[in-house]
Design a binder for this molecule. Structure first.
Ligand SMILES: *Cc1c(COP(=O)(O)O)cnc(C)c1O
Length: 378
């Protein structure tokens, strides 16, 4: 078969062309003032992002992983503690728990939203699986851009006296009944990895919270556990700062971010309207808007479908082919096939289509036509 097109999975070039002059100007300003670490762009970015998310404090940091790690450190999570997370996520969500010597316990997900199932969460909390430790908190993930069910999860958290850390690495810009990602749970973490909905030109992340005490602790942890100054160290911390040049890039990207979110939403809607029979489209819950970090389908004949799309120059990706409870890195936790049936089924059936705000309508049409042709066996 001849390749008629060769599409990128994520196209950062189209965006760069649109905002290149602003990025150049903002980076030049950093080079001029020379405050590469914690310069004025950091404060400007934190103020803007806090306002956007609708929370009191934004603490920018070096990555989404650090944005998850620092709240756990602030809560004093360590050996003997248990934190509940989904297994259908990027490893960072649970890795930070293990890194602190605590134990991640995995919770199954809802088959339509891909997010933590509150009923499964309650079942795990009432089961023997948490009997060997002190359960401290929950890290729900807003997978592929849609918020988890915080109404139910926060209810359960209050009942069991647990903290909730929103993993908003994929959902920055999403909302539930007008309330934006970053404002759920006690504290939220997002990532500015280049391929995320709001991506920098390198690593970066941010933490959001309304909790003054927690914010103070995390600002201290971000700079080696600083007290009144850098060489007064009151706790163990990390070097978790965001670079000023990345903040400058993010400030330029924030100018177009709301329009990009709308474009992602339009593309997702067109995909959903044009899908062939036999492919399960992602489902948005009532009152939800997604940041559409990924547009993720379910099909039974995944390998065949992916191979055919590739022949037609359409790249796809599988998030995530191997759930965390089956990863070698977590082998000592004793996870096995059959533990999380929904997670395991989805790991075998999901794949994601190209998704970025600069995907032209004719390319969307080409992708839909090809999907329909392949599904019909043409
Ligand atoms: C990307 C991602 C992270 C980690 O972010 P980094 O900036 O790459 O460290 C954490 N959780 C989820 C769900 C992610 O997608």
């Amino acid at each position: 078969m001849t390749i008629t097109k060769s599409l990128p999975f994520i196209d950062l070039k189209g965006q760069q062309e649109r905002i290149r002059a602003d990025i150049d100007r903002r980076i030049a300003r950093v080079l001029d003032h020379g405050q590469y670490i914690m310069g004025p762009e950091i404060r400007e970015l934190e103020t803007l992002l806090a306002e956007f998310a609708g929370v009191k404090h934004c603490i920018s940091c070096a990555s989404g992983t650090d944005a998850l790690l620092m709240p756990l450190m602030a809560y004093g999570v360590g050996p003997g503690d248990i934190v509940l997370t989904p297994a259908f996520t990027f490893i960072a969500t649970a890795e930070v728990v293990s890194l602190l010597g605590a134990e991640p316990v995995f919770v199954d997900i809802e088959p339509d939203t891909f997010n933590m199932d509150p009923n499964a969460l309650r079942a795990v909390l009432n089961s023997d699986r948490v009997k060997n430790g002190r359960v401290r908190g929950i890290i729900p993930v807003d997978l592929f851009g849609q918020l988890a069910n915080y109404e139910e999860i926060e209810k359960i958290a209050r009942e069991f006296d647990l903290f909730v850390i929103e993993d908003a690495a994929q959902s920055f810009g999403a909302a539930y009944r007008g309330r934006r990602a970053g404002s759920f749970g006690n504290v939220a973490a997002t990532s500015f990895f280049p391929a995320k909905p709001l991506g920098a030109y390198g690593d970066g992340g941010a933490i959001f919270t309304d909790d003054d005490d927690l914010a103070d602790k995390m600002r201290s942890i971000r700079v080696h556990g600083k007290g009144t100054h850098k060489y007064d160290n009151v706790r163990i911390g990390i070097n978790g700062r965001c670079d000023c040049i990345q903040a400058a890039v993010l400030l330029a990207k924030m100018e177009v971010f709301p329009a990009e979110l709308e474009a992602r939403g339009r593309i997702a809607q067109r995909y959903t309207n044009g899908l062939p029979e036999g492919m399960v489209a992602p489902v948005l819950g009532d009152g939800h808007t997604s940041a559409w970090a990924q547009y993720t389908l379910q099909v039974d004949n995944r390998d065949e479908m992916i191979a055919q799309l590739k022949e037609h120059g359409i790249p796809t990706a599988i998030y995530y082919p191997k759930p965390l409870h089956l990863q070698d890195a977590f082998a000592d936790l004793g996870g096995k096939l059959g533990d999380l049936p929904i997670t395991e089924r989805l790991a075998g059936t999901v794949f994601s289509l190209p998704m970025h705000p600069y995907l032209a309508e004719e390319d969307q049409d080409y992708i839909l036509e090809t999907l329909n042709k392949c599904q019909a066996g043409a």
